[in-house]
Write a protein that binds this ligand. Structure first.
Ligand SMILES: [Zn+2]
Length: 453
């Protein structure tokens, strides 16, 4: 069996018993196709003979086999906004996107600021059995930005909370952030910062630049993000704990991350597919779908972010999957709630930008969408090599599928995809969570039990 030094997760639902044969797949898109035999949730043969008997056989169609994807940053809206997404529908969207583990942010209602709420999220995800949904605990009580939550109690809870964030809000008080870093260090848990100096973004709805000025939208300057990234790099240096920057969006943030890494400051960062692909040119129609925090920036930002991801200055991709109902999106731009769907399109966007263009290969995709996020969150059993003895958390990608993104066809309860009508060539066809098929023929499987339908 696999061994890592990573701390255990909460109790996992039992792995699928019996055998599953995944035929005709190419691990990391390399070499000749192989047949992968999975027994009781573990990879037991990477060269099974054709015709090997199994309880279930899935034809991989000669497609690319990757380790199951890991997303450090989603919003599944439960508890509180089950009308827009639930643990169940969000898990189905994750499975369809190729994910076997996601981290759901704490800005729910009530806020995930105590063990009982975190445990409820964890148990629901294990009952549904479509994806491991790890709750992120909030850094401050009720996201009030004033007093710290009990990291220790949440870390020791049945949910084994391993990441804390006030995402949606910035921990802007520097002394409080320092205390949080010191507290987190003692427990060896990860803090994730939504970098946004709130005084600089009052009333801001779009990137501060020519487009916002022309459209009459209040601008959000890059410095609002960069000033917090710089401050937190210094705090992490002096009060030494890991810190992770959510959704990096500017050229300046890339420069600061480069500096922090050159100083061996334990700072990591993620970038979203939408900040890599889209710019504020999209705002011309005042379509609320394109309102997001941080806002879509300019072309030079997207280019700097892409290069930073290729260079490892930015560690990984995270979707910031943020479902909203149409009443919160089909309204005046200023009143639209910020956020976009991401789980079911992220692999396609990354493949389009990096693999199709020849900038990177599938092994690199495995690194930035599975291995690094699992390492940063110290998640055992995920982001592991495709090898005999490893847990069967896998995804199969058809690189030449040709499909069109449609919000109405997604497994997510909401439809606010920024890629509506866009054509992509890569698509997840199959996802396996510890031997259990959670997505087959690009359709998510039925949950293990419908606890919260
Ligand atoms: Zn955020």
């Amino acid at each position: 069996m696999t061994t890592t030094d990573f701390p255990a997760t909460g109790t996992l639902a039992p792995a699928e018993s019996g055998t599953l044969l995944l035929t005709n797949v190419r691990p990391y898109g390399e070499g000749e196709p192989v047949n992968v035999l999975i027994t009781d949730g573990v990879i037991t043969d990477l060269a099974a003979a054709a015709g090997t008997e199994a309880d279930r056989t899935v034809d991989g169609g000669g497609n690319v086999l990757l380790p199951g994807l890991v997303d450090m940053h989603v919003h599944l809206r439960e508890p509180g906004r089950e009308d827009t997404e639930t643990i169940l529908t969000g898990s189905a969207a994750a499975a369809r996107g190729g994910f076997t583990a996601v981290f759901t942010m704490a800005n729910t209602n009530p806020v995930t600021d105590q063990p009982v709420i975190a445990e409820s999220v964890w148990f629901k995800s294990q009952h549904a059995g479509l994806c491991d949904v790890h709750p992120v605990g909030s850094i401050t009580k009720g996201l009030n930005g004033e007093s710290l939550t009990e990291f220790g109690m949440m870390a020791a809870s049945e949910a084994r909370v391993r990441m804390f964030s006030d995402d949606g809000k910035c921990v802007d008080d520097p002394l409080l952030m320092r205390r949080a870093l010191e507290y987190a260090k003692g427990l060896d848990v990860l803090l994730a910062q939504h970098a946004e100096e709130p005084r600089l973004t009052e009333g801001a709805v779009a990137h501060e630049g020519e487009n916002a000025a022309r459209l009459g939208l209040r601008g959000w300057p890059r410095a609002a993000e960069e000033s917090i990234v710089a401050r937190d790099a210094l705090l992490a240096r002096d009060h030494g704990n890991r810190i992770h920057i959510c959704h990096a969006s500017t050229t300046g943030t890339v420069e600061l991350l480069k500096w922090a890494k050159s100083q061996d400051i334990p700072m990591t960062a993620e970038v979203t597919p939408h900040h890599l692909l889209l710019t504020d040119e999209k705002l011309g129609t005042y379509d609320g779908t394109f309102r997001v925090n941080p806002p879509l920036r300019e072309e030079h930002d997207t280019l700097a972010l892409r290069q930073a991801l290729l260079d490892g200055v930015i560690d990984c991709v995270a979707t910031d999957h943020a479902p909203h109902g149409s009443e919160d999106k089909c309204c005046e731009f200023e009143h639209a709630r910020p956020g976009m769907l991401g789980l079911e399109t992220s692999l396609a966007v990354i493949a389009e930008l990096f693999v199709k263009t020849g900038l990177a290969d599938w092994r690199w995709v495995a690194k930035v969408m599975s291995e690094r996020p699992a390492e940063i969150t110290r998640l055992p059993g995920q982001g592991r090599p495709i090898a005999v003895g490893e847990p069967a958390n896998l995804t199969v990608v058809d690189p030449g599928s040709a499909w069109t993104a449609r919000g109405s066809e997604m497994a997510s309860k909401a439809e606010n995809t920024p890629y509506e009508g866009m054509e992509f060539s890569a698509r997840v066809t199959t996802t396996v969570l510890r031997g259990r098929l959670t997505c087959v023929n690009a359709v998510s499987a039925t949950p293990r039990s419908s606890v919260d339908a």
